[in-house]
Design a protein around this ligand. Structure first.
Ligand code: SF4
Ligand code: SF4
Length: 299
């Protein structure tokens, strides 16, 4: 563990972006390979891809259960049709089967069923794992197709990551957050020590960054920005830098567009591992600025 890190408090950094495709996961993987002992959390539960680089070996797997879903026991069903008549969500078929993706779990069918054939069962919405990677333990998850409750699954991932960090004496939780600014992002940010927004120099990315800034300001979470692929539009990169300066947001670093990022991903490596003398040095400098910012919070 780096002696400059606060060993008494577990810090949590969440890497976010206003939308997908900004290089957020590449940056998270690079930061994962730097710094002190840490626990990794992939909170992009709708489209997790940190595992593609980190190749985690799962050591624990749990179903993610949230709420209930109806089930009809055909042995005791007498085809009276009351469940179909009363379900407001179109979740009971004409032959009295539950259409799972339509079921809202309201329980009305079970309430009206005269034979107790319609019952409510726990709803398995996804799965989450505790895994080992070459950079430390990692918690990651996948929400089922068309399932909701991603905010709750994010909360489960973060809670498990914190328990692991406490048990291991790790000083850092590094989280790959979901894209956007919706409920899962809010669930991934609450109580974090620092948010790092990865932004591309495009007009839409600037718009997204403004929304991210509003979100972190609302929740009083310090924000740093990494401008990725700066070379694709230096002019807009400058607009982003100016926006950050005007709003007191520190730019942790600027990364050029570089095929090394893609090559690193193809080879299931972080760019720090793939290109240690090139982009790896850029990321190391960015990590130093992040660590300095974290340390300032203890002063
Ligand atoms: S629990 Fe509610 S939504 Fe689901 S099938 Fe029964 S009545 Fe329909
Ligand atoms: S209300 Fe109960 S008995 Fe009637 S059709 Fe539905 S499941 Fe079958």
């Amino acid at each position: 563990m780096s002696p400059s890190m606060n060993t008494k408090t577990i810090k949590e950094i969440v890497v976010i972006s206003g939308k997908g495709g900004t290089g957020k996961t590449s940056v998270t993987a690079a930061l994962a390979s730097l710094g002190p002992q840490k626990v990794l959390a992939d909170c992009d539960v709708d489209a997790a891809d940190l595992h593609l680089v980190l190749a985690p070996k799962n050591i624990r797997t749990e179903d993610f259960v949230a709420g209930e879903r109806a089930f009809i026991n055909t042995d005791s069903c007498v085809d009276c049709g009351l469940c179909l008549e009363h379900c407001r969500y179109g979740a009971v078929s004409e032959d009295f089967q539950i259409i799972p993706e339509n079921c809202e779990g309201c329980g009305v069918c079970a309430f009206v069923c005269p034979e107790d054939a319609a019952v409510m069962l726990p709803r398995t919405c996804g799965v989450w794992h505790v895994a080992e990677t070459r950079f430390g333990s990692m918690v990651h998850a996948r929400l089922g197709i068309a399932e909701e409750n991603s905010g709750k699954l994010v909360t489960t991932v973060r809670k498990t990551a914190r328990e692991l960090a406490e048990a291991q004496g790790a000083s850092l939780i590094l989280t790959d957050g979901p894209p956007g600014i919706g409920c899962p992002v809010i669930a991934s940010l609450g109580g974090a020590n620092l948010a790092i927004a990865v932004a591309e120099p495009t007009t839409s990315a600037l718009h997204d960054l403004k929304r991210v800034f509003g979100l972190t300001k609302h929740f009083d979470i310090p924000l740093m920005v990494i401008i990725n692929k700066s070379g694709i539009n230096e002019e807009t990169a400058k607009v982003i830098r100016d926006y950050c300066k005007d709003n007191g947001v520190e730019v942790a670093g600027t990364l050029p567009y570089d095929k090394a990022f893609t090559q690193a991903q193809i080879n299931a490596m972080s760019v720090v591992e793939y290109d240690p003398e090139g982009r790896g040095k850029d990321l190391a400098a960015i990590w130093e600025r992040i660590q300095t910012r974290l340390n300032q919070q203890d002063q």
